[in-house]
Design a protein around this ligand. Structure first.
Ligand code: ZN
Length: 169
């Protein structure tokens, strides 16, 4: 016991001993929680083992991983082999913009539940916006009113600096 918490110390490594009724919740949170990415059993074990201990951790993690419906649905052989990753040529700011929505987050005080991440392929400029929903109209409104003006301003600033510096070269 250390500060009223049960720990296991071995070879100067301290691990938190997880009570029976909390083990599955810990797995669910780290495997499928708001910031989790449904790692496979081996990687889950690698993630949990340095910090937590309970008898049969490996066995339970493998079992619970097999019970994850999302992982089971996303598995299976691809219908055709994946192509090789290729560079996408981008010659100017705002020519190629990518977006992604992070979901499964707790509701914030302003009722936001999602984070929209927008990246410009040329400048690699990244902006993140909190959203109340992940509807296409909400996302595009944020991109038009938030991301595009910010990046357009930055691109103009870069061009202006370039024009200012040009005579000096
Ligand atoms: Zn999963």
């Amino acid at each position: 016991m250390r500060d009223d918490v049960l720990v296991k110390v071995r070879d100067n490594v301290t691990k938190l001993v997880v009570l029976v009724n909390l083990r599955r919740r810990l797995f669910d949170f780290t495997h499928a929680g708001p910031t989790a990415t449904h790692l496979g059993a081996t990687r889950m074990i690698k993630q949990l083992k340095p910090h937590y201990y309970w008898p049969g951790l490996n066995r339970y993690v493998k079992l619970w991983y097999k019970q994850c419906v999302q992982c089971a649905q996303s598995k299976g052989p691809p219908l055709r082999p994946h192509g090789h990753l290729q560079k996408i040529p981008v010659d100017a700011p705002l020519e190629f913009v990518t977006t992604d929505v992070l979901s499964g987050l707790p509701t914030a005080s302003d009722n936001s539940k999602y984070i929209l991440v927008v990246v410009d392929g040329f400048t690699k400029w990244l902006e993140a916006y909190s959203l109340p929903d992940q509807e296409a109209s909400t996302c595009i409104t944020v991109v038009y009113n938030g991301f595009f003006p910010v990046l357009a301003c930055r691109a103009n600033c870069i061009r202006s600096i370039d024009e200012i510096l040009k005579p000096l070269w």
